[in-house]
Ligand binder design. Structure first.
Ligand code: FAD
Length: 478
């Protein structure tokens, strides 16, 4: 007999996971389905991590509404889920009269969108707040409500909280077909058939393809790549998010601190044909170098420790696609969620719950819903007394595995217990391998722990699932 659910969510990015969390407040059988081996493997893994204020979206758009509501919900979601979130504020900077006109237009848009806490200020005032800014900045738009978070931590935390409240994760389940049978959608995924009364399409850049499986081809999604350079922690020289004036392709290249104390420059905006292309190119790096130095001349690009790219899901409609499909009413779209999707996720989750209720799903609140999810203890951030207490409880917290980031065996074992199955799964949950040496030292040790805890041979372990095997065999055999 096939598994049966009230709601199957296709896509375990920040949008799908936030929806799963929101729906787990109700007495519903929920499946969170993803093709990848883990949650947060799409755009939610590699983006700018900004909780946008909301002045950039066209007034009256779904994006604008979701952004402003999402921003307002972030503090509560971050606190309940123990996810880092810092309302550090953002600047959009202008370099002369043409940019200044864009800045006042952005301010007006922000007012129309209901964004609080915006100030237009001369360059000298902006530099007094953010001394790293270029001396050539003539005007700036400051948005006090903008902030930074960790996108994959937010995604993982939503998914964990949903699971604690009864939702099931079905990873390694690529959805390849769907059909309607009576009041049910039958989903073919990962070699099995799954039945659901409603399907939520949160498949990111593939959401057009998932929609087409149920006959709705009313939109397409174009991939737009964004490349980044990440700097070592000691080189961080900004306290706020610094944007340049936006272009037709997006919000432009920014320089920003991260919640972990690093700093990055990015993203580029390159329209692609391949939805899976996350390569970083020499042209991308050259553009990031020139543009980041324009905003922050003192940026120390000798301290770059890695580069990466993410792929935005640009919908043909020019706006988020949220609502019941006109072709198949049991298909609820949370599709084409480009930027600011990370910011909007909590608001989109609430909106999808409302749409499901209006669509006829009975939604009775669960008495035992627990909104709280505990983060994995972070040994590096504890004081001496707290560290001693943790080691007393579990000696594995006394063995440091990742020296750059001071990540202990205890944290890695806990990450595996919560669902990490690959090197990157451990990395995203603990930061092991995210430091200056980028895993050069700790990767073999993390692999030993993964092998031991999961009881699988080292040769079966992957970097991020699928075919990304780390070892091919013993040197003697080769
Ligand atoms: C370069 C860049 C910068 C950005 N910066 C910001 C920012 O600063 N602030 C902000 O708010 N937003 C930002 N965004 C946007 C934000 O990252 C996205 O809106 C958000 O991550 C989208 O989440 P999602 O869950 O819709 O998609 P994803 O995270 O892509 O998840 C979709 C999931 O669907 C799964 N899937 C696809 N097809 C199938 C299938 N057939 N079967 C099963 N599973 C399937 C995929 O494996 C994937 O895990 C940025 C995006 C990019 C790329």
């Amino acid at each position: 007999m096939s598994r049966q659910y009230d709601v199957a969510i296709v896509g375990a990015g920040v949008v799908g996971c936030a929806i799963a969390r929101q729906l787990s407040r109700y007495d519903l059988r929920i499946a969170l389905i993803d093709a990848a081996e883990d949650v947060a493997m799409g755009a939610s893994r590699a983006n700018s991590a900004i909780v946008h204020a909301g002045y950039d979206c066209p007034p009256g758009s779904i994006e604008a509404r979701m952004n402003v509501i999402g921003n307002a919900l972030y503090r509560q979601w971050a606190d309940e889920l123990e996810v880092p979130f810092k309302r550090c504020g953002s600047f959009v900077i202008g370099f002369g009269p043409e940019d200044e006109k864009v800045l006042s237009d952005l301010y007006d848009r922000g007012v129309k969108n209901g964004v609080p806490g915006m100030t237009l200020m001369p360059g000298c005032e902006a530099r007094a707040m953010e001394p790293a800014l270029s001396k050539d900045v003539t005007m700036a738009l400051f948005a006090a409500t903008a902030g930074i978070t960790c996108p994959y931590q937010m995604t993982i935390a939503c998914a964990e909280n949903a699971r604690e409240n009864g939702a099931e994760w079905l990873m390694n389940h690529p959805v390849t077909a769907m059909r309607r049978e009576g009041d049910t959608i039958v989903i073919t995924a990962g070699g099995e058939e799954i039945e659901a009364r409603y399907v939520v399409n949160a498949a990111g850049v593939f959401s057009d393809e998932v929609s087409r499986m149920l006959g709705d081809d009313s939109f397409t999604v174009r991939p737009r790549k964004g490349e980044y350079m990440l700097l070592d922690r000691k080189s961080t020289c900004v306290e706020t998010v610094i944007f340049q004036t936006p272009s037709k392709l997006g919000k432009g290249i920014l320089v920003s601190p991260t919640v972990d104390g690093n700093m990055f420059a990015g993203p580029t905006a390159v329209d692609m044909t391949d939805k899976r292309d996350t390569s970083v190119t020499p042209e991308g790096i050259a553009q990031l170098t020139a543009m980041s130095k324009k905003s922050v001349p003192g940026i120390d690009l000798r301290s770059v420790i890695t580069s990466f790219a993410g792929v935005r899901a640009q919908p043909s409609t020019g706006d988020f696609i949220i609502g019941a499909s006109k072709v198949e009413p049991r298909l609820i779209q949370a599709a084409g969620i480009c930027s600011p999707g990370l910011t909007s996720a909590p608001a989109i989750a609430g909106e999808i719950a409302r749409i499901l209720r209006v669509s006829g799903l009975s939604m009775v609140e669960k008495a035992g819903f627990n909104p709280h999810r505990s983060a994995i203890p972070e040994f590096r951030n504890l004081n001496g007394e707290q560290r001693a207490a943790l080691i007393e409880k579990d000696a594995r917290y006394g063995r440091v595995i990742c020296r750059c980031e001071t990540i202990t065996e205890g944290e890695i074992v806990e990450a595996i217990r919560r669902g990490a199955r690959s090197l990157d799964g451990v990395k995203r949950r603990t930061r092991a391998g995210m430091g200056r040496c980028q895993g050069g030292f700790c990767s073999p040790r993390v692999m030993e722990i993964l092998s031991r805890e999961l009881n699988v041979p080292m040769t079966e372990l992957t970097k991020f699932g699928g075919e990304s095997k780390l070892l091919v065999g013993k040197l003697k055999e080769v």
